[in-house]
Design a protein around this ligand. Structure first.
Ligand code: ADP
Ligand code: MG
Length: 579
């Protein structure tokens, strides 16, 4: 081993920078927080090359006096914390005095600022942690930070970044959240030359919500407003019918700081307990005001983790306040605002249908025959040895079909099977004649900036899949037609199908995009577990499945069926010893 040495300061600051600046969005976060700490009323963020090339944050806040400029970019230099007691009374977003120094050590960095009342502005450049002399420049009041070539001197960091699209959507999510938390500040976010988000800065939080989620979803969101002793809880949470497939749209701010705390979101989700379908999560933006001494924010350099002095009480209060908002809105599931509907199936038995695919009473499920007529009719078993001809017996738990085959019992997952059937049909039709349904009038849909970014990546593929969707200005789309499979769904819901379950790292090749879109559409259109199926529908589904190319799995790879061979049954009944 080599002898122990003190690290050169350049390496030490790069290590420290790694904790503060993980990715472009963390740069944006620190710079936005600085602008907020400087009481800015306008913050403009400009991003190029997904933040790798250039990030610019301009504010009209207090600015930095010329003689403090050089200090601002030093490590542990801050105007926000003077004593160690202060650490437990943090009233600003920053306090560690690390952000500017950290960013400056891993980029080409320029800080330009003019303090209120100063004659002129001044500017300092830092490259790879080395500051140059400050110079006088003309500048408006406030501060402008330009970060270029992020991580140019730490190539290892660059490798850890996700795709441009993911990095951009993280930035968009982050700015959206801060815009919601600070509705009195006017935020502008421009990425790759396109304005993604612009808020009014007039204190109207619901208007910010509309800029992010679109007017329809914003209108549905329920207000949360409660006070318990010294805790105040405000914000918005979605009605049970407005959900997402992930927890990602659940946001908490504690004393103006965005915190990522699993326990807090779990408390919120619990408030919905029986109201949500499995795997669905609400959207929420909840703002907690607690006494500063009851929360420790100095847990991690990124300052997005906190420690609460009395977490249990805070969780209980969050739950109470959200529950109250929900109960005030819709005491009984099944009323307007939830997507559970009481549906009557053709056999006259009632069942809980769910989501927009639960059809009106008696409406037949959209079963269809695959179009693979080119395959000569042969006994299925011989053809590919995959699924033999099955005789439907019935349905169990409104979710599984029971069928008999030549070699025992088959349990078919109705949703997975239907997904497979629809998927192969739509794959076969794509390009030529995917059945499409025009809207009576074109409809306009606004998505959140990060959803819009995801949709943009798919627009060209959509045309051949029965969608007619055109880009119509910032995050807004004009929808003229939808695939027939999604008929009955609102255009907003239909577009959400395309973007909302996107995995973080999903970077489909152009060729894969179509298949993925089709899989998403079919997932939404397929019959749900919980839907009672008539004997004819059961027969049709099983027949369609037998004709599929890959009947054994759904498009996502889950099994569509379980086979219980006769000899297994015999062994289980003790008719035959184990082999
Ligand atoms: P911290 O925010 O923890 O104090 P930073 O490194 O982020 O540390 O910033 C260092 C100092 O630079 C701040 O304490 C503040 O005085 C000054 N500063 C940074 N950004 C701004 C800004 N946008 N407007 C005014 N002052 C700023
Ligand atoms: Mg700071």
């Amino acid at each position: 081993m080599s002898p122990i040495r003190i690290l050169p300061s350049e390496i030490a600051s790069q290590i420290a920078a790694g904790e503060v600046v993980e990715r472009p969005a963390s740069v944006v976060k620190e710079l936005v927080e600085n602008a907020l700490d400087a009481s800015a009323s306008r913050i403009a963020i400009t991003v190029e090359g997904a933040g790798r090339q250039r990030i610019e944050v301009a504010d009209n806040g207090e600015g930095i006096p010329e003689d403090e400029l050089a200090l601002a970019v030093e490590r542990h230099a801050t105007s926000k914390l003077a004593s160690s007691e202060g650490l437990f009374q943090i009233g600003t977003l920053g306090f560690r005095g690390e952000a500017l120094a950290s960013i400056g050590s891993v980029s080409r960095f320029t800080l330009t600022s003019k303090a209120a009342g100063a004659q002129a502005g001044s500017r300092i450049r830092v490259e790879g942690g080395h500051p140059a002399e400050a110079e006088m420049v003309g500048a408006p009041q406030g501060t402008l930070v330009v970060v270029q070539d992020l991580f140019y001197n730490v190539p290892a960091r660059l490798k850890f970044l996700k795709t441009d699209r993911t990095e951009r959507s993280r930035i968009a999510d982050l700015v959206s959240r801060y815009a919601l938390a600070y509705p009195e500040v006017r935020f502008t976010l421009q990425q790759e030359g396109r304005v993604q988000l612009q808020t009014g800065g007039d204190g109207d939080r619901r208007a910010v919500l509309a800029a992010i989620y679109g007017t329809e979803e914003a209108r549905q969101m329920l207000a949360v407003d409660a006070e318990y002793e010294d805790i105040r809880i405000t914000g918005f949470t979605s009605p049970p019918g407005l959900t997402r497939a992930t927890r990602r749209e659940i946001t908490f701010f504690v004393n103006g700081r965005w915190v990522q705390d699993h326990a807090l979101s779990a408390a919120l989700v619990q408030a919905y307990h029986t109201l949500l379908m499995v795997g669905r999560y609400p959207l929420a933006a909840i703002f907690l005001q607690v006494p500063p001494e009851s929360v420790d924010v100095n847990v991690h350099p990124a300052k997005s983790e906190i420690r609460l002095r009395d977490p249990r009480r805070v969780f209980a209060d969050v739950q109470r306040s959200v529950r109250r908002a929900l109960l005030a809105h819709a005491p009984v599931p099944g009323l307007e605002g939830t997507n559970l509907r009481w549906t009557q199936n053709p056999g006259g038995v009632s069942a809980w249908g769910s989501g927009p695919t639960s059809e009106a009473p008696g409406h037949p499920l959209p079963f269809t025959q695959p179009t693979r007529q080119d395959v000569p009719e042969q006994p299925a078993l011989d053809r590919r040895g995959e699924v033999p001809l099955l005789r439907p017996i019935g349905q169990v738990a409104a979710a599984y079909l029971v069928a008999e085959g030549p070699d025992g019992l088959y349990l078919v997952d109705q949703h997975a099977a239907h997904e497979r059937v629809l998927f192969e049909k739509m794959m076969a039709e794509r390009g030529a004649q995917v059945a499409s349904q025009s809207l009576l009038e074109p409809e306009f849909v606004t998505l959140s900036p990060s959803q819009a970014d995801l949709l943009d990546g798919q627009l060209s593929a959509l045309r051949t899949l029965g969608f007619q969707v055109e880009d119509f200005g910032p995050n807004t789309y004009m929808v003229r037609a939808l695939p027939a499979l999604l008929a009955g769904m609102s255009p907003q819901q239909a577009l959400l199908v395309l973007v909302e379950d996107f995995e973080e790292d999903e970077t489909p090749l152009q060729a894969e995009i179509e298949a993925r879109i089709i899989a998403r559409v079919c997932k939404r259109a397929a019959v749900r577990a919980g839907q009672v199926m008539s004997p004819e529908e059961q027969r049709a589904l099983i027949r369609d499945l037998e004709r599929c190319e890959s009947p054994r799995t759904c498009p996502h790879g889950r099994p569509t069926m379980i086979h219980l061979p006769v000899d297994l049954l015999e062994r289980q009944f003790g008719r035959r010893g184990p082999r």
